[in-house]
Design a binder for this molecule. Structure first.
Ligand code: FAD
Length: 312
């Protein structure tokens, strides 16, 4: 019988084997994926998923890796990086492939004198990642600007268009986290701007400056935990639990922002998870509050929840 590797080479000639994942995550942590595919054309995705399902291959898709912790041991299966890049403006809407970086989306809106996305200045990631996590900053979340998206049901392979309400958005959450559906493209509803692009840029630069003042630089995925409530941000709780600046191995809780975990050079996923467990334990003991991670922890063949699985 033909082995899976040969079949993959035959059906998907650009498949990469034993690809280290660290270089694809902003943490720069992660061992090799057995199979790795850079998806340039969204029409290929149904066939890839069908292949994985038929051959019992675990798969994981991602965008720019700014909200992911890959395991040191890598991934036993296929990791698919979405690099689809089509973007078009239709009237006051922008339709963008899920692989389009949020920064490109913003630039495109300015180029066409559209307003509505400016507050996303400095938000890392792709359109697909933003939809799944209802990402946002400066008071603007994906749910506020998403009109609809094209998604694929990974069980049936069916592709459908879903309006914003379908996603059941809430703080850093959406229905796709349960269903596993994948975003192929998304349509954002904007308005015509009365300001010049230069004035729009000035506002954005101001917002970005303020944002950067609060955040540390370095290898990080931004906020590690969700904020339990607006008046109890995770960073403040971790700070008051005495953990700012705490290190385990080569991982550190930033001394500037308690919810930013940093790889200070050669950290392992174990180091980061050790810190996260410590923060959860200390915050629970001091405040009786269970922190829930915002970062997606990718175990050796599936997503892991710290609270549920306790450790990968
Ligand atoms: C310095 C820094 C600051 C940050 N600040 C913020 C902030 O202010 N607000 C905020 O919300 N986030 C913030 N983040 C986190 C991150 O930028 C967002 O979560 C972003 O939306 C992730 O996008 P991504 O493409 O990198 O997703 P990835 O990290 O690649 O993936 C994240 C999750 O989304 C899933 N996913 C990716 N693409 C798709 C798709 N097409 N369909 C379905 N699921 C998909 C993946 O499977 C994974 O589970 C920050 C990160 C960094 C590094």
């Amino acid at each position: 019988m033909e082995n899976v590797g040969n079949k993959l080479k035959k059906h998907f000639p650009n498949m990469i084997f034993d690809e280290p994942l660290g270089k694809y995550s902003t943490f720069q942590i992660g061992g090799p994926a057995d199979f790795f595919y850079k998806l340039k054309n969204k029409n290929e995705l149904p066939a890839i998923i069908r292949f994985c399902r038929t051959n019992n291959i675990h798969y994981f898709i991602f965008g720019s890796g700014s909200n992911i912790l890959f395991d040191d041991r890598g991934f036993r299966g296929m990791v698919i990086k979405i690099e689809t890049k089509e973007i078009k403006v239709i009237g006051t809407t922008i339709v963008a492939d899920s692989g389009v970086p949020v920064s490109t989306l913003l630039n495109e809106s300015l180029k066409h004198s559209l307003t509505g996305l400016e507050r996303w200045i400095g938000l890392p990631g792709t359109v697909g990642g933003a939809v799944r996590g209802n990402a946002g900053c400066n008071g603007l979340e994906t749910k506020d600007v998403l009109l609809k998206a094209t998604i694929i049901d990974t069980e049936t392979g069916r592709i459908k268009e879903a309006g914003s309400l379908y996603f059941n958005f809430s703080y850093r959450d959406c229905k796709l986290k349960k269903t596993g559906e994948i975003v192929l493209d998304a349509t954002f509803k904007l308005q015509k701007s009365s300001k010049s692009p230069a004035d729009q840029k000035k506002i954005m630069q101001g917002l970005n400056r303020r944002r950067l003042q609060k955040q540390p630089f370095g290898l990080t995925t931004g906020s590690f935990f969700k904020n339990p409530s607006p008046d109890k941000p995770a960073g403040m709780l971790i700070d008051q639990a005495g953990l700012k600046g705490k290190t385990i191995g080569k991982a550190q809780i930033s001394a500037k922002h308690g919810n930013f975990f940093l790889n200070i050079g050669g950290a392992s996923s174990k180091d980061i998870i050790g810190l996260a467990q410590l923060a959860r334990r200390k915050v629970k003991a001091k405040f009786g509050i269970e922190l829930e991670e915002e970062v997606q922890i990718v175990g050796k063949n599936k997503l892991i929840k710290l609270a549920k699985d306790n450790a990968p």
